[in-house]
Design a protein around this ligand. Structure first.
Ligand SMILES: *Cc1c(COP(=O)(O)O)cnc(C)c1O
Length: 346
């Protein structure tokens, strides 16, 4: 049995999702004539209590468009050192917007209001780049699926308001936070100027992200999307997958979280596992006593796949295609796993 725990992006559409895709109505979305895309955008805007939402081919493009909407070239944004916008979007912040990043050493990818306040360049000190945007991530990716305390999110909002800064949420995995913390999309809509969400991670759609905001800021979003090459035509087939995912795959994320916790409990009992990071959602980060490459290779030989993150860290991510059957098989295998002696050097 193949177990793929590399990422929650590896899921493939189910038969039901494919049927929803095949039977939907489409039109030219560059002319805003695709009824399914329009329905998805309206639905998501409503969920968040915002005026507008726009469908994007990827989360990176949605984040990059948001950064462009909030900034001018030469300015600076504030983010955690682990931020996806800084680490995993190909340098897009500087490429697309001519913006630099002030990176904060946060806790598991999360920053505090006082750290943000300390990182703002005085606006009349013309030697420094002008600070114009704060980006936070919930849940954090490199931070191991950690969820913000909503009170901290509000405190950061106050700092943004006092200093006239835009506030963007990279909510690629916001759904996981909503389910775990029993929060609502609306409460996030009330705080942030812009929010990006992914349909192709835990929700299991093959493609798609959505950028959400009020009409003043979103007015230019469609132009920026066009510039980035994200104007798509009969893309309702993909939006239909997104609609299906929103209707069917949000509350079940709690199963991914339970399985992640159960994997964590087994890892903690293994003699060669040094440390398991706290597990808030569907990401498990741990370190082992021994060579990570060898552990990865030995597991791969048993058809178990996952990534090393560098600096001795390893990561499992649970998802829609990691079923209960696979989970039970994997736990059994993990419990009896012996890290090769020759490799288990101290
Ligand atoms: C996956 C992810 C994105 C978007 O990634 P794409 O692969 O471009 O869709 C953005 N932010 C975070 C935190 C992510 O995990």
């Amino acid at each position: 049995m193949k177990i793929d725990l590399r990422s929650d992006t590896v899921t493939k559409p189910t038969k039901e999702m494919l049927e929803a895709m095949m039977s939907t109505e489409v039109g030219d979305d560059v002319y805003k004539e695709d009824p399914t895309v329009n329905a998805l955008e309206q639905r998501i805007a409503m969920m968040f209590g915002k005026e507008e939402a726009l469908f994007f081919p990827s989360g990176s493009m949605a984040n990059q468009a948001a950064i462009k909407l909030h900034t001018q070239p030469g300015e600076q944004l504030i983010a955690d050192q682990y931020a996806h916008v800084y680490n995993y979007e190909g340098g897009g912040v500087s490429f697309n917007s001519g913006v630099s990043c002030k990176l904060i050493k946060g806790h598991r990818g999360m920053i505090t209001a006082s750290q943000v306040e300390e990182s703002i360049n005085p606006p009349d000190f013309y030697h420094s780049p002008l600070t114009s945007l704060v980006c936070v991530e919930n849940t954090t990716n490199k931070g191991g699926g950690a969820c913000y305390d909503f009170e901290e999110i509000k405190r950061i909002k106050n700092v943004c308001d006092q200093h006239n800064l835009g506030y963007h949420l990279d909510g690629a995995r916001l759904w996981n936070a909503l389910v775990t913390k029993e929060e609502s999309a609306k409460q996030y809509g009330e705080i942030f100027d812009t929010i990006s969400v992914c349909l192709s991670k835990g929700l299991g759609a093959p493609v798609g992200s959505v950028l959400i905001g009020d009409s003043t800021i979103m007015k230019q979003a469609i132009r920026v999307r066009k510039i980035l090459g994200g104007g798509m035509r009969q893309v309702g087939y993909l939006a239909a997958a997104g609609l299906y995912a929103i209707e069917n795959n949000i509350s079940r994320l709690s199963e991914d979280h339970r399985r992640a916790r159960e994997i964590g409990k087994v890892l903690e009992k293994l003699s060669f596992v040094k440390k398991v990071e706290p597990i808030d959602t569907n990401i498990i980060i741990f370190t082992i006593d021994g060579k990570e490459e060898e552990f990865i290779a030995q597991m791969a030989s048993k058809n178990i796949h996952f990534y090393g993150m560098g600096q001795g860290k390893l990561r499992f991510v649970t998802h829609l295609d990691y079923t209960q059957k696979r989970h039970e098989y994997f736990l059994e295998l993990l419990m009896t796993f012996k890290l090769n002696k020759a490799v288990h050097t101290t």
